[in-house]
Design a protein around this ligand. Structure first.
Ligand code: SF4
Length: 231
């Protein structure tokens, strides 16, 4: 096994203090993930470094951050895939969230957005048409990557709208359908999306939130045409 000397340029912020970067050089095996390098920076250099981690295998979403400006899960991102071998590897918290401490952001607004939860869904007989939207690990990466959230802080956001779509697919109850589609159709709903598809590109779980937003738009458009046709 070969060891690497990796300079990490880490965003630092504590409430009441000015944000800045600290650079720590860590020694990690060439098989290490970025989260191992952050662990090492904490263990060797600075115990006050704040970051989140839990599962270490991309099932909890807790560690999500930006690596050289791109949203990723450091627990499954190999150092050798993102480090050029000499420049500092830059680590920043997710965008479009308020700062908590160092690499940790406040996720309350995100969980508010995805509070539309589906009922348990039975797989249909035709499995080829079944999508597992519950693959969402609630990492917040899509919200960080979304240009619309940056412009409209009330935008329901990719994961929030995907949750509405998922709930919509789980029910045929007319009242519930009306309620969900009204949410999606609202001022901060699907029509605010700029169709950049950056959420879908960034999502580590292939949830395809942008695809779900487009599907909600299609359903809303069809319903409008039907209403006009009935006049
Ligand atoms: S939709 Fe994808 S990127 Fe967004 S929170 Fe869920 S898993 Fe993360």
């Amino acid at each position: 096994m070969t060891f690497l000397e990796v300079p990490l340029q880490i965003f630092r912020y504590k409430p009441g203090e000015s944000p800045h970067y600290d650079t720590f050089t860590v020694q990690v095996p060439d098989t290490a993930h970025v989260l191992d390098a952050i662990d090492s920076a904490w263990a060797v250099h600075d115990h006050s470094l704040t970051f989140r981690r839990a599962c270490h295998h991309s099932s909890c979403g807790a560690c999500a951050l930006r690596i050289n400006g791109v949203e990723k899960l450091p627990c499954i991102t190999l150092v050798t895939d993102v480090w050029d071998g000499h420049s500092p590897l830059r680590l920043d918290p997710l965008r479009n969230f308020s700062l908590g401490s160092d690499l940790v952001v406040n996720v309350g607004s995100f969980f508010q957005r995805i509070s539309v939860q589906p009922e348990a869904v039975e797989p249909p007989d035709n499995l080829s048409q079944f999508s597992r939207f519950e693959s969402c690990i609630e990492c917040g990466i899509c919200m960080s990557a979304c240009p619309t959230v940056a412009a409209d802080e009330k935008f329901l956001g990719p994961a929030g709208l995907a949750a509405i779509y998922r709930a919509r697919k789980a029910t045929d109850d007319p009242q519930e359908v009306e309620h969900l589609l009204a949410l999606a159709d609202g001022e901060h709903g699907v029509w605010r999306c700029h169709s950049a598809f950056e959420c879908t590109e960034a999502c580590p779980q292939a949830v395809d939130p942008a695809g779900k937003i487009m599907a909600l738009r299609r359903e809303l458009t069809v319903r409008r045409f039907k209403k006009i046709g009935r006049r």
